[in-house]
Design a protein around this ligand. Sequence first.
Ligand code: ADP
Length: 234
Amino acid sequence: MQLLFLGAPGAGKGTQCKMLGEKLALKHLSSGDLLREAVKQGTEAGIKAKSFMDKGNLVPDEVLIAMFEEVLSGASVASGSLGSSGTKPLAKTGFILDGFPRNPAQAKALDDLLEKLDTRLEKVINLKTSDELLEERITGRRVCPNKECNAVFHVKFQPSRRDGICDQCGTELNHRSDDKPEVVKQRLSVYREQTAPLIEYYDGKGLLVTVDGEGAPEEVFNKLLEVLKVACQK
Ligand code: ADP
């Protein structure tokens, strides 16, 4: 299945995509996780990306497009075992895109890439949340920096069992540098201006399904499964 998630920063895309990827055995491809790994590794793309990420701005399109072309075509492994599944490109075997595309130019580039790889998106899920919730969700977020794990916690809504330690792999949790209030405001404004128009773009293609992103992760996940079941039967 070829799926794409849309939603504001803090809407819970990462958490839901991770759960869905495990449930459906699909690769979860998070642009933010791929970029943070590139920054950590000090690759050329990572060095270029860092200053944009720290300010809450979008990293230049060509960096993201090249990154996803590489991962989806399975030409190389951008992060651990990502990139290929047997001999078929990942684009064919199925994936969950999270964070890419993030503006109309990237959406067009993705359409072209998928066409070249002889596949297409099956559904686009818009995870909808009220504005008030987003800032609180983001500023309290804690993430596991282990790239094989990338689990997400929240100090109030989903605390880890041991303070500051990942429940899944025992790594010390991080407070992302772009999860600070000043940067969060900029990320939300970039989302509204550049990413939100994609909701209409994919609705126009008949691919959009909307899921209410408010509530505990398990509640949202159950709603998501329900909506996907109905949408995929159509
Ligand atoms: P969130 O969705 O919570 O803002 P992400 O982890 O998806 O967080 O992204 C963090 C940062 O990485 C963004 O603020 C942006 O700088 C960069 N980024 C991620 N995806 C893209 C993209 N598709 N295009 C440009 N920049 C991106």
